[in-house]
Structures are given as structure tokens and as C-alpha cells.
Design a protein around this ligand. Structure first.
Ligand SMILES: Nc1ncnc2c1ncn2[C@@H]1O[C@H](COP(=O)(O)OP(=O)(O)OP(=O)(O)O)[C@@H](O)[C@H]1O
Length: 585
């Protein structure tokens, strides 16, 4: 928690200092009120007192109350400003850090947990800061000031207040100790609920198609019940605190009156009024002392959960990055567009064996390199090494003659146009999705966007859509078909005019005719770009300059279609399973 609080800016500290001044004013006014009360008590009990004097003392008391209220409002304004700024900054930092995570780090946390950490966990810390500033500063000042005021009055009363504070603190400590483990568990259970809800929402069509509503409902109920049970236990434990504190306060009041009654009965006649007046004032101060500790208790309610949240936020912020930036911006002259894999092997984090082993090949500028092989043989893994979604565990990947690890990630990715296996569109317009990101130039002109849409064979449906390139794209591109989404994703990659184009099984949702026309157009319009195509269909890749056949993470064959038909058994099997001998001839 302390580590997170170090992120407060100097502006926050200035605001905290202003809040501190308001708190002092608030405490001073609150503790001045009992003095006027004492004066009023004395005036009421003294024969011949004037009504005007009582009204003046009452008016001063009222002014103190209003002043204290005003100071409390100003403190709250400062506290909420500090906490809102702090949480906004923290959310920004967490978002920025998560953006720099590779797939490895994201896998370590899980997406659901990262969402909880960026939202719910930060809210817990924010709540603590608001309360903390108001209470943590105010309560000790109030307690010490009030104790100073009462310590000179009467030792029996002071001692009884001391006993009440000790009982109160012991009680609070026991409650917090019982509830703390449950608070720790609460955040991970929130992650779990988040995960189940997300999974259900993203797979809603599948859930419905398989009549799995009952199964999903059970999964949700289990997660929900466990969270509710834990919350109930923690809140019940903390809930017993308030009545307990109330009991201590009432007991203290009783003790003060009991001691007061004893003192008054044993006092001389002329002292009785002074003791009575002192007793009234002391009760007020004693209540302020106990109230201060009660306010601190509110912090104890929030602190355990907030400190667990702070730890979870720090875990994200302190996570070392597995993909580190290099320094190079440019490759070697004369090697532009060249991609080379040198004895590359890769093992996923926590996996037992390498998913790809000893992969070596070179792709020259303007060539089309295709990957084919059975499901799960490692095709996507190989091409994911080029934009450094993962780094090779052995060997080297070189782009333009330079190891990808030596480039700044921005420079490397400026060279690449990547189309993922699952088409991803963002909320916005067709144009904002195609002219997406930054390729090191000053944005994309309308003509470049239109050209990319045309090359990706998306012009026909874009023109037909209301609004054309400005047509609205819903979250995840849900208002477009699978094939349309793929074509827009392809247009996005082409729009960057990259040196290297990567298509990870990106033609699978296209009909055969569009697939062929798109490949022909790509060959003409992106002739300079080195193209990597992962495909399942032989038809998509048979014209490639180099086809790499992968089998269980290893290269089973490499060459042109005709060569592989003669030399590679795995390729032949794939080919014959898709096309007839006549089609392949
Ligand atoms: N994030 C991951 N963590 C652990 N293992 C993974 C991860 N992603 C993929 N794998 C494993 O690595 C292997 C290769 O996966 P990859 O996605 O590269 O295959 P692929 O050939 O592209 O498959 P497909 O044709 O089905 O897309 C698979 O066995 C898969 O289970």
C-alpha cells in the first residue's frame, strides 16, 4: 500500500496539506463547542443569569457547529479530488503496463483478473484514500486534542476513558484478524465471477445452441454463492464491530455519570455545580475520543481489502516484461524485406516440450511463404515470432538482417502488417478500423484507405453498407459477417504498406473465388512485401514461392508445390485429402 501511495504527485500533497488545515479547523471548532456548553450549563444553574448571555453562548456554539460542517465539506472536496486523480493515474499506469505485456504475462494473470485489477481493485484503494485522508488525519488529532482537554479535569474520568479505548482497540483487532483472510479471498473470488460472466457472454450463441444455459447458470451460481458466502462472513464479522463500539460508548457514558454522581454526592455544596458542569463537558470530550477511535475502525474495515487490492495492483505494475525493447530502428541495407529463421525452437511458458523445433528458412523480399500442416503443429507459433508476440527460446529470428530482439518494438512492428487468425474489429467506423494504428507515417489518406479496401476485396460490401467507409462498426465487429470482418482485417494490414505481410489463416472465411482474386490482387499491389500465409487449404498456397510443411513442430518439407508433391509424404497426404488427382495435375 505504501508503495502505491508513493505514486501521489506533489499536487496531491499540496491538496492533502490544505485538507490537513481544514481538519485542524474542524477539530478545533468541534472541541470548542463543549466549552460553550459548560458556559450555558453554568448560566442556567446560576441565579440571576441573563437570557441574552445564554443566547450569545448558544449562538457561538451554533457558529462553531456550522464552521466545523463547512471545514468538513472542504476536507471532503480535497480528499475526493486527491483520490480521484490518484485512481485515474493508477488506472492509466496499469493500462499502460498491461499494453506492454506479451502474451506470456497476460497468460500469467488471465484477462478476467487483469480487468478486476484495473477496476475493482483500484476502487478499493480509492475508497481507502478518501476515508484515510478524512479519518486517518482527523481521528488522531481529535483524540489527542480531546485527551489533552480532559486529562486535567479528573483522573477517574480520564482512566475510565482510557479503559474504554483499550477495550475498543482489542475488540477491533480481534474482528480484523478474523475477517482478514476472507478479505484476501474476496478479490480472487471476484476474478472468478468476472471470468465466468465473461465466458458466458462471449460464448452466448454456443451456450444457447447447446442448451447449456443450466450448466452455465450452475457455474455462475457456484461462483456467485462462494463470493456471497465469503462477503457475508467478512461483513458479519465487521458488522459486530458497530454494536460493540456502541456498547463501549454507552458503558463509558454510564461510568462517567456514575463517577460524577459519586463525586457530586461527596462534594461541598459550592463545588457541586462545577463538578456537574465538568461532567457534562467531559462526557462530550470523552465521546469525541471514542468517536475518533470509531472513525479509525472504519479504516480498519477498508484497510484489509484495500491492502490486498494494492498488492494485486503492484503485482501487475512490478511484473517484469519478458519482451524487452532493443535500440535499432533500421535493418541492414540491401536486406530489406528479408526474414530469416535460424535454428529456431520455442517452448510455451509452463509447457513441458518445445512446440516448434529447429526451424530454419529464409524469405526474400516480395516472396510468398506459406505454412501448412495439421492442426496444432505450430504454424501460428512460427509466424508469431516475427512481430515478437513471443521470443524464440533457441535460435534467432532476423528481419532485414537484424535479430528482432535488437529492434525497438515500434520500429519492428512498423515493418509488419499482421492479420490474426480470428478477425478483430474495434468499435468505430470502417475507416477507423482500416486506418488503424501508426506505421511511422503521418496517418493514412482517404485514397490509401480506399485502395486497401479494394485490394482486400471489401469494396463491394463497403459500398453497399449505409455510410460507406464511415459506416458504424459495433463492438468486436458484430454487425459484420465472418468473411467481411476478415476482409476488413486484411485491408487494415495492407493500408500500412508494410515490408512484411502476415496472414494467420486469414483466408479461411473467404469463399474460394474471393480467396483467389484476393491472392492475385495482393501479388500485384503488394509485390514488394514479403508475404507469410498460414493456410489449411492447398488451393490458397499452391502458388507460393516457398511452402513449408510443418509436422509436430518440425519442418517435414520445404519447396514449391510440385517439388513437395514429389518429395514430401505429409504434403501429398494433405493435398490428396483436399483435391482430386486431376485437380492437382
Ligand atoms: N499460449 C499457449 N500456451 C501453451 N501452449 C500453447 C499456446 N498456444 C498454443 N499452444 C500449443 O502449441 C501448439 C501449436 O499451436 P499453434 O497455434 O501454433 O498451432 P497451429 O498449427 O497454428 O494450429 P491451427 O492450425 O489449429 O491454428 C499446440 O499444440 C497448442 O496446444
Amino acid at each position: 500500500m505504501v508503495k502505491l501511495l508513493k505514486k501521489l504527485t506533489w499536487k496531491d500533497f499540496i491538496l492533502a496539506a490544505v485538507a490537513f488545515v481544514f481538519i485542524i479547523v474542524q477539530v478545533w471548532l468541534s472541541l470548542t463547542m463543549p466549552d460553550y456548553m459548560s458556559e450555558i450549563t453554568k448560566l442556567v444553574q446560576t441565579k440571576g443569569s441573563k437570557m441574552n448571555d445564554i443566547l450569545i453562548a448558544g449562538g457561538k456554539m451554533l457558529a462553531c457547529a456550522l464552521g466545523s460542517l463547512l471545514a468538513a465539506v472542504c476536507t471532503s472536496i480535497c480528499a475526493s479530488k486527491i483520490s480521484s486523480n490518484f485512481s485515474a493515474n493508477l488506472r492509466g499506469q496499469v493500462f499502460h503496463k498491461v499494453q506492454s505485456f506479451s502474451m506470456e504475462e497476460i497468460g500469467n494473470f488471465s484477462t478476467a483478473s487483469l480487468i478486476t485489477r484495473s477496476t475493482n481493485d483500484i476502487t478499493q484503494v480509492q475508497m481507502l484514500i478518501v476515508m484515510g485522508l478524512e479519518v486517518l488525519l482527523k481521528a488522531p488529532i481529535m483524540a489527542v486534542w480531546a485527551l489533552c482537554k480532559i486529562s486535567t479535569k479528573n483522573w477517574q474520568w480520564t482512566a475510565s476513558t482510557g479503559v474504554a479505548v483499550v477495550v475498543l482497540l482489542s475488540f477491533v483487532c480481534v474482528c480484523v484478524a478474523v475477517a482478514l483472510p476472507k478479505f484476501k479471498k474476496l478479490q480472487s473470488l471476484t476474478d472468478n465471477l468476472n471470468r465466468v460472466t465473461r465466458e458466458n457472454l462471449t460464448g452466448l450463441n454456443v451456450v444457447r445452441a447447446y442448451n447449456a444455459e443450466g450448466y452455465q447458470q450452475k457455474k455462475f451460481n457456484d461462483a456467485n454463492d462462494e463470493l456471497t458466502k465469503t462477503q457475508l462472513f467478512a461483513n458479519r464479522t465487521m458488522g459486530t464491530m458497530m454494536p460493540g463500539i456502541q456498547m463501549v460508548m454507552n458503558g463509558l457514558m454510564l461510568a462517567i455519570y456514575w463517577i460524577g454522581a459519586y463525586l457530586i454526592s461527596n462534594a461541598q455544596m459550592f463545588d457541586k455545580l462545577t463538578i456537574f458542569s465538568d461532567m457534562i463537558v467531559f462526557t462530550q470530550y470523552a465521546m469525541q475520543v471514542v468517536m475518533s477511535f470509531m472513525m479509525l475502525v472504519m479504516i480498519f474495515v477498508l484497510l484489509p481489502r484495500a491492502s490486498v487490492s494494492a498488492k494485486r495492483i503492484n503485482e501487475v505494475l512490478d511484473m517484469p516484461l519478458s519482451i524487452k525493447d532493443g535500440t535499432k530502428e533500421n535493418g541492414i541495407d540491401g536486406k530489406k524485406g528479408e526474414v530469416e529463421f535460424r535454428n529456431v525452437s520455442f517452448c510455451y511458458p509452463d509447457a513441458e516440450k518445445d512446440v516448434i523445433e529447429d526451424i530454419s528458412f529464409t524469405a526474400h523480399k516480395g516472396e510468398t511463404i506459406a505454412f501448412i500442416g495439421s492442426t496444432g503443429c505450430g504454424k501460428s507459433t512460427v509466424i508469431n515470432m516475427i512481430p515478437r508476440f513471443y521470443d524464440a527460446t533457441k535460435g534467432e529470428v532476423l528481419v532485414d538482417g537484424v535479430n528482432v530482439k535488437e529492434y525497438t518494438q515500434k520500429a519492428l512492428r512498423n515493418k509488419i502488417g499482421y492479420v490474426s487468425q480470428k478477425a478483430v474489429l474495434f468499435t468505430g467506423s470502417i475507416k477507423s478500423n482500416v486506418a488503424y494504428g501508426d506505421n511511422g507515417t503521418k496517418g493514412f489518406t482517404d485514397d490509401v484507405v480506399k485502395q486497401a479496401i479494394e485490394t482486400a476485396q471489401a469494396k463491394e460490401f463497403v459500398d453497399k453498407t449505409d455510410g460507406g467507409v464511415d459506416a458504424f462498426v459495433a463492438q468486436g465487429g458484430s454487425n459484420f459477417s465472418g468473411g467481411q470482418k476478415q476482409r476488413l482485417s486484411i485491408a487494415r494490414a495492407i493500408c500500412r504498406h508494410p515490408e512484411i505481410l502476415i496472414f494467420d489463416d486469414s483466408f479461411s472465411a473467404l469463399d474460394y473465388k474471393t480467396d483467389r482474386v484476393l491472392r492475385d490482387t495482393l501479388r500485384k499491389t503488394c509485390a514488394d512485401a514479403t508475404r507469410f500465409i498460414v493456410a489449411q487449404r492447398i488451393g490458397t498456397i499452391r502458388d507460393a514461392d516457398k511452402i513449408i510443411v510443418l509436422d509436430d513442430g518440425k519442418i517435414a518439407g520445404m519447396g514449391k508445390h510440385n517439388e513437395l508433391m514429389e518429395t514430401c509424404e505429409v504434403y501429398r497426404q494433405i493435398a490428396y485429402s483436399q483435391l482430386s488427382k486431376e485437380e492437382l495435375a
